[in-house]
Design a protein around this ligand. Structure first.
Ligand code: TRP
Length: 329
């Protein structure tokens, strides 16, 4: 039997090249070596208010982007988290074995809650729901970016605690950190990871943006005051542009160094923009084809749900049984 892989993306904001290079691209690469489940985590998205109609449209958009990026719905299950009973239920069961101190220590929680006046309880519970996503499928491997490593460690702590209280129940999931392009930074602020929730117009490059917009954003990207590319003295902005180029082109370090040494920033940006536009073109074309049939994505999501629901139901029943609760058939 193949080991199982699970990962998730929130359907909030627009998926950008950071999501593609850091997540989707590596999912496509590994999907055949695993029994793969890729989740659109809509229950996570609602930890901050989402307009209902927009949320539903985003879920479909993200599913279509998974397919356009190359996820194969025959071998991989594409699932809307809220469509599978059990994620939210398991999250509650796990909440009851999770000390609140563990959750208050999460750096993402601290960062997000600092920025808000009132903090929804969902924000604190967020990592428990994530643990439920992973543990409900007994996933062996979870590909995530650096910023989610702490949540994975918490998932293991929760699983271990449950196992020691109620008996061996959960598989311990391992973190899988993709090797290239795992960390794309904001174009306007190269010290910060490119983020869907960042609203600055020059911050992220959306996967569905037209070439003219992509070019404009890259031409405006923050660099530094050097006259051209100096590998002995790379500013964060230039390093980010080079790593975007390298991730899309798959050039070696040597090739990149030889080609870009001394290049003026204007020319660097133009070269990067050409590469990004050319790389996204096939994805955008597939996206247009996929969404031309309005019922297609719904069918893919139903298939995904039907395929994974028996696994989720079995886990929830086992967990409830171990805890002395009523199960359902
Ligand atoms: N918290 C993850 C993120 O923001 C998304 C996520 C939710 C996830 N559930 C997951 C990732 C389960 C991997 C596995 O990136």
């Amino acid at each position: 039997m193949k080991p199982r892989v699970l990962s998730g993306v929130q359907p909030s904001g627009n998926l950008h090249i950071g999501n593609y290079l850091g997540a989707l691209k590596s999912w496509v690469k590994i999907q055949r070596d695993y029994e793969s489940i890729f989740c659109i985590v809509d229950l996570h998205a609602i930890t901050v208010y989402q307009n209902p109609a927009e949320l539903r449209a985003k879920i479909l958009e993200v599913a279509a982007l998974f397919l356009a990026a190359g996820i194969d719905p025959e071998s991989s299950s594409i699932v809307a988290q809220s469509a599978v009973h059990g994620h939210a239920e398991l999250a509650w069961l796990l909440t009851c074995v999770t000390p609140v101190g563990w959750l208050q220590r999460m750096t993402q929680y601290k960062a997000k809650s600092e920025a808000q006046e009132t903090i929804g309880d969902g924000l604190l519970q967020y990592p428990v729901l994530m643990a439920a996503d992973i543990l409900i499928y007994q996933a062996n491997v979870v590909p995530v970016g650096e910023d989610q490593k702490q949540h994975l460690e918490l998932t293991r702590d929760i699983a271990q605690r449950f196992n020691s209280l109620y008996g061996e129940t959960f598989v311990m999931p391992e973190t899988y950190l993709p090797t290239v392009g795992a960390r794309v930074m904001g174009l306007d602020d190269p010290e910060k990871k490119m983020s869907k929730s960042e609203t600055g117009a020059g911050h992220a490059i959306g996967l569905l943006e037209p070439p003219s917009v992509i070019r404009k954003k890259i031409m405006r990207a923050t660099t530094d005051s050097n006259p051209g590319v100096d590998f002995e003295n790379l500013g964060a902005g230039v390093r980010n542009l080079l790593s975007i180029f390298q991730a899309f082109s798959a050039w070696s370090d040597d090739q990149v160094r030889t080609h870009f040494t001394g290049m003026r920033y204007g020319d660097l940006k133009k070269t990067v923009a050409d590469m990004v536009v050319a790389s996204l073109e096939p994805l955008q074309k597939r996206y247009a084809e996929i969404t031309a049939d309005p019922g297609y994505i719904d069918r893919i999501l139903q298939e995904g749900r039907d395929r994974v629901s028996p696994i989720a139901n079995a886990t929830v029943n086992t967990v409830k049984q171990r805890m002395g609760l009523y199960t359902r058939s």
